[in-house]
Design a protein around this ligand. Structure first.
Ligand code: IPE
Ligand code: IPE
Ligand code: MG
Length: 246
């Protein structure tokens, strides 16, 4: 139906969900209506990813820099987030999805933080897809936090310089228990990373769709995944080397 090879799906799919505001403005609607419609796309994409058998789905929902938006937009986004998490927890339990969050959670309003913690707790024993929301997340801030903690551990002697390698560095990041993304989708035609997962995206395949997030539904996801399946991930090697590996 969707023309996808179930053997070649990304283990970890990450998405920068962009274009809610423009979707609304193009229709003379308020930006928040675009965010509300965006939540409906989240539902579809979460369900579809889980159904396809993707193991990790990470969604960029609110960046560390998004706090700079007008207060009214931030407030409605936080309210929407809380409502989404509350409503979706039951559905995540039914679909065996484990909820997870990355970002600077201390900056979130206490009621949003509570909803987040409750969803994490109530889905903690689920063994299906791991859904991670990036909230108040910035990759440079994450890398700096890791560097700071590493400096502390070196100073206290609990970490030795000789043990510091890529694997150990990764273990200090928010994503310590998540593999690097295999595939990154960004919607709305913007071609930038906007401070998302800078360390983790080193060898991720990138895909940019012109479709705004509220209209990015199952067919767009399939289209993106078919593109992913046509790619050759070389990790610095030559194509011939990859063909010879059985
Ligand atoms: C993405 O849509 C959602 C968030 C960043 C919270 P935008 O709100 O960035 O939509 P555009 O880019 O203004 O269209
Ligand atoms: C990136 O989108 C953040 C999220 C999708 C949550 P933005 O709309 O904030 O990114 P810029 O500002 O256009 O780079
Ligand atoms: Mg945007």
């Amino acid at each position: 139906m969707h023309g996808l090879n179930p053997e070649k799906l990304p283990r970890h799919l990450a998405i920068i969900m962009d274009g809610n505001g423009r979707w609304a403005q193009e229709r003379m609607l308020k930006r928040i209506i675009g965010h509300q419609r965006g939540v409906e796309t989240v539902r579809v994409i979460v369900e579809e990813s889980s159904r396809l058998g993707i193991k990790y789905l990470t969604l960029f929902a609110f960046s560390a820099e998004n706090w700079l938006r007008p207060k009214t937009e931030v407030k409605s986004l936080m309210a929407l987030l809380k409502k989404y998490i509350r409503i979706e927890t039951a559905r995540m339990i039914d679909s065996n999805i484990r909820f997870n969050v990355i970002g600077n959670l201390n900056e979130l309003p206490p009621d949003v933080n509570e909803a987040v913690q409750e969803a994490i707790d109530r889905t903690s024993r689920n063994g299906g897809m791991i859904l991670t929301l990036a909230l108040s997340y910035g990759a440079r801030q994450e890398i700096l936090m890791a560097a700071g903690r590493i400096a502390e551990d070196l100073a206290s002697g609990s970490l030795s310089r000789d043990n510091l390698d890529e694997k150990l560095f990764s273990s200090y990041l928010f994503t310590s228990d998540i593999p690097d993304p295999d595939f990154l989708i960004r919607t709305s035609g913007e071609m930038r990373i906007s401070n998302f997962l800078l360390w983790q995206l080193a060898y991720t395949e990138l895909y940019f769709s012109d479709v705004n997030w509220p209209e990015f539904k199952a067919n767009e996801l399939y289209r993106a995944l078919r593109d992913y399946q046509s790619r050759e991930r070389r990790f610095g090697r030559t194509s011939a080397q990859l063909q010879n590996r059985s």
